[in-house]
Design a protein around this ligand. Structure first.
Ligand code: SAM
Length: 204
């Protein structure tokens, strides 16, 4: 591990000691999870919003997939992370704010995003706030845009009773054992988009 990564891991652990519920993991996500959560993202998808980037594990993977840093908005509530992200990714727009207030800011000059990548600890966030986060995120995306969320749990961290009233559905896109702890990734989309995709399948 490079000395920069070691410093990031130590900083992450210290942030967890200070705010265990907000940080909700003792170490940054590993590369396998970062590759998985960004696996459906390419530069032509348009701007990408990242929620809860922490030390930037997913940010680096997004850039490795060709997303231009200028097409990234990094929404981070932890001041220790926000300051470091700003220094590490100066061409991206880092906002030190609560992701539940996404509807109050204008991003990318008003252009809609193609995807949202979330490292938020949704299981330790109240359902009311999760709803606000989803509404803000989908309000900033194109109709076919997708919200990618990882979890250490056995199912999508946003239950159908929260998704359905918002017209959303979740689908597991994969899992990785090469993360500590093992994790899975869900794609949350508007139900109408999924219905259209199904109607395009042969035989339906
Ligand atoms: C589990 S860590 C994930 C960090 C990084 N994405 C990774 O995978 O290594 C959760 C991150 O979400 C941030 N966070 C928690 N609640 C937030 C909120 N309401 N708005 C924005 N960021 C938040 C934390 O500060 C932390 O950086």
């Amino acid at each position: 591990m490079s000395s920069q990564r070691m410093a990031e891991t130590l900083g992450f652990f210290q942030a967890w000691l200070r705010s265990p519920l907000r940080v909700a993991a003792i170490a940054p996500s590993g590369r396998a999870l970062a590759r998985l959560i960004t696996s459906e993202i390419s530069p032509d998808i348009g701007p990408v919003i990242e929620l809860g980037p922490g030390t930037g594990a997913f940010t680096r993977a997004l850039i490795a997939r060709g997303v231009r840093p200028a097409d990234l908005a990094l929404i981070e509530f932890g001041s220790e992370f926000a300051v470091a992200l700003q220094a590490r990714f100066p061409a991206a727009r880092t906002l030190w704010m609560d992701a539940a207030r996404l509807d109050t800011v204008e991003l990318f000059g008003g252009a809609p995003a193609g995807a949202v990548v979330s490292g938020l600890p949704l299981l330790s966030i109240t359902p009311r706030k999760v709803r606000a986060i989803l509404m803000g995120a989908f309000g900033k995306m194109r109709p076919e845009g997708a919200f990618y969320q990882f979890t250490y749990g056995p199912r999508c961290p946003v239950p159908p009773r929260l998704l359905a009233p918002l017209g959303l559905e979740a689908e597991r896109i994969g899992g990785t054992l090469a993360n500590l702890p093992p994790a899975a990734v869900y794609r949350i989309r508007r139900s109408t988009v999924q219905a259209r995709d199904r109607s395009e399948l042969p035989g339906l």
